[in-house]
Structure formats: structure tokens, C-alpha cells
Design a binder for this molecule. Sequence first.
Ligand code: AMP
Ligand code: ZN
Length: 136
Amino acid sequence: MDCIFCKIAAGEIPSATLYEDEDFRVILDLGPAARGHALILPKAHYADLCEIPEELAAKAMILAKKIVSAGRKALRCDGYNIVQNNGEAAGQTVFHFHIHVIPRYTGDNAGVTWTPGTLTEEDRQEITACMREALK
Ligand code: AMP
Ligand code: ZN
């Protein structure tokens, strides 16, 4: 399979690596939303959150916590966004699971946001009913 993140995670393509262990490589994003924007890449290939095993997903979030703690000291940022896109409709462009770890600086214009809509009464009832059923 021709997957760029598999090659980067395996070290076959050079990257700005911040951290590496047996399961993950953490690199700087080439198109950063903000200074220090990092990507957590599992070394094994999973397309998205549905495919990645629970245990590895849990490890990935623990690693995100570690990066956030380090970044708050090293980069002197004021906050962090954790972003994880699944599917083209959600903005995923590389179909190898990854977590964006994005430092935020007071007053920066990083566009990690949305315009709030309205939760209608109909949606509230319909969505809670179908999601509760699906989550059983
Ligand atoms: P997503 O849109 O969630 O799939 O994110 C893919 C991210 O990968 C984007 O933020 C890109 O800037 C980043 N990206 C793509 N290719 C590379 C690369 N070779 N090295 C580092 N980051 C990359
Ligand atoms: Zn891959």
C-alpha cells in the first residue's frame, strides 16, 4: 500500500520527529495551523478511528497528553487543540489515522473552530433516541 504516513512512521521518509516509541512517531506538520503543530502517527496502518484498536487509540490519547504537557513548557503556548479528522467529509486528507496536536497562542488566528448552530427540540429528541439505541 502506498501510504505516506506509513513511510514517515517507519522512518523511510525523513520527518521532523519530536518523539518516537515502539507504537508511534510524532512529527511536525508540514502545513502547521500554529507554531509547533504536531501529528501523532501510529506505526501500524489504520485508516481512521473506526479501524484503530481501542488499546492503541487509548495510548495515542495518553501520548497527546504528554505532548501537550511538554509543549506548554517548551513552546510557551497558552492552550492546545486536539483534532482528529475521520473521513473526507470531516476534512481528512491522509487516510492513515493521526491526531493533530495544535498549540494555541493568545490572539492567534488558527482556524480550529466552527460557527455554532442551534439544537432544535426535534433534533434533540431524534438524535438522543437514535444515538442511545446505537450505543447499546
Ligand atoms: P488531515 O487533513 O487530518 O488528514 O491531516 C493531514 C495533515 O498532514 C495536514 O495537516 C498536512 O499538512 C499534513 N501532512 C501531509 N503530508 C505531510 C508530510 N509529508 N509531512 C508532514 N505533514 C504532512
Ligand atoms: Zn499508512
